[in-house]
Design a protein around this ligand. Structure first.
Ligand code: 5GP
Ligand code: ZN
Length: 117
């Protein structure tokens, strides 16, 4: 838990969220400012700043596997498992990361554009 991290506060329940999926390692909840009909955030319960930090330890890599392992259930819960979706990670300032607790955006519910930017 990082003291002033919004997502750690969501994980602890201090800040409310619309939960989609939860297990011992992973939480998925609705983004408060959705950019598409489906916009979920998938986070590890342990605090890591970004994708580089979570990738740099054995424990972090195990948590990354837990995030990916939860994808099937999360996409089913959101009703996009057959339709498809986009999974995005923003890293650092130029990557557009605004919340410094690593997370994946799961975006879908409509036909998304082909471009990356
Ligand atoms: P980033 O820009 O770091 O990749 O994404 C951060 C995301 O967190 C944004 O899409 C933003 O809408 C979302 N967000 C920020 N604060 C909150 C919050 O308090 N609750 C929820 N559910 N989403 C948040
Ligand atoms: Zn955090």
């Amino acid at each position: 838990m990082s003291q002033d991290c919004i997502f750690c506060k969501i994980i602890s329940g201090e800040i409310p969220s619309k939960k989609i999926f939860e297990n011992d390692h992973v939480l998925a909840f609705e983004d408060s400012n959705p950019v598409a009909p489906v916009h979920a955030l998938i986070v590890p319960k342990k605090h890591y700043t970004d994708i580089l930090e979570i990738s740099s330890s054995e424990e972090g890599r195990a948590d990354l596997c837990h995030l990916m392992a939860a994808l099937t259930q999360i996409s089913e819960e959101l009703g996009v498992d057959e339709r498809g979706f986009r999974l995005i990670n923003n890293c650092g300032e130029e990557g557009g990361q605004t919340v410094l607790h690593v997370h994946f955006h799961l975006i879908g519910g409509k036909k998304l554009g082909a471009g990356l930017i």
